[in-house]
Structures are given as structure tokens and as C-alpha cells.
Ligand binder design. Sequence first.
Ligand code: GAR
Length: 218
Amino acid sequence: MTERKKIAVLISGRGSNMASLISACMDPAYPAEITLVISNRPGAAGLERAAEFGIETATVDHTEFPRDREAFERVLNEKLKQHGIEFVALAGFMRLLSPWFVTQWRERLINIHPALLPSFKGLHTHERALEEGVKLHGATVHFVSAEMDDGPIIIQGAVPVLDGDTPDTLGARVLAVEHQIYPKALELVASGQAKVKDQRVAIAGEDADLADRALIVP
Ligand code: GAR
């Protein structure tokens, strides 16, 4: 087997997506391993969860860098380099990253967003989906560009919006899909199958089919 790619996961909170990536990496055939988890919030629940799996954790508290986003990111970047990180996965990391950081990690930085992008960028996606009366909602894993919740799409997962849904019930349905598509997307990226070409993701490989880029949950 070729060497597994070293992944850092950046979190701000509970880290359920991080945990789904950690679980996927337990398969020795999976092309990636998570060797570092960094939170920008001290005490984020996900840090403890990562430590229970024996993964090294660190905190880079953004509040220690008021008015200087790049100083925060330089520290972050230094930690990633020290650990020989090859790809970075944002998993509920609630800080905007500057063009400088995004450029450092171009095509090696991915994010999960709880909506079918480009719809519902930003916060409160489930509330807004219900307000708009959409019939399908979901989640997107994408390469990160300098714009918020933007960049070439790797995989999307769609779920129905049901009568009587609340932001919580809809959010739980979307989260279940997030936990399925994020490990799949990281696998495609770490194995080199998913590549950016002309601002789109092309998926190489004999078994590349719709299931590699779209998950539809009935
Ligand atoms: C997830 O739903 C993720 O998609 C979302 O935050 C949640 C984190 O949950 N991310 C964003 O909104 C980023 N724009 P988790 O900590 O349990 O993975």
C-alpha cells in the first residue's frame, strides 16, 4: 500500500465530523490518517474526543490575536508544517480563513458545509432552508477558496425536507449525510482521485461514477 497522507482536522466545537473521519481512517486500506486535531476554541468538546483516539491535539486560540487574522493563521500554519501535514480538513471550524492561508493550502484544504452549495452559504442553514420552503437540502464537501463557503465541489449529499421539520430534525438528517460524504470526499482527495481542473473537481479512476460525487438519501 502507498503511504497514507497525513491529515490535520481543524475544529471549533463538538467534532462529530472529525469523529467520522477518524473512524474511516481506522481501515488500514484508507489512504489517509489523522495525525493532528487543532481547535481555535479552548475546551472544544472535539479535542477530548480526538485525544481519546490517541490523536495529538492543539489549541490556537484566535482571541489571542485580536485584529490580526494572519498572525493567528501563521501560528496555525507553523503547527501544520511542524507535523508534516499534507491535507487539512475543516470540520465545523468557524473561522474565516484569509486568502494568504488558502493560498498556502491550495487544493489541499477541504471543508464541509451543511447545505447544498451555492445555496445557503454562511450560518443557520437549516432555518433558512425551512424558511425558503426548499424540498431538498443537504451538505457539501468542497475545496476551499478565498470566498466564504465557496470552491470546487467534491461531493454533495441530499436529503428531503419533510412536513413538520424543525431546524433540529432537519439538521440531524443533514448531519447523518455529512458523516457519510466527508470520509468519502477525503478518500478521493487523499488518494489523488479528486483533482481541480478549471474550477471544477474531476474524479479519476475506473470506478468513478455518480456515487462518488452525489449521495441521495430517500
Ligand atoms: C457541521 O454541521 C458542519 O457542517 C458545520 O458545523 C457543524 C459542525 O459539527 N460547518 C459549518 O457550518 C461551516 N460553514 P461537528 O463539530 O459535530 O462536526
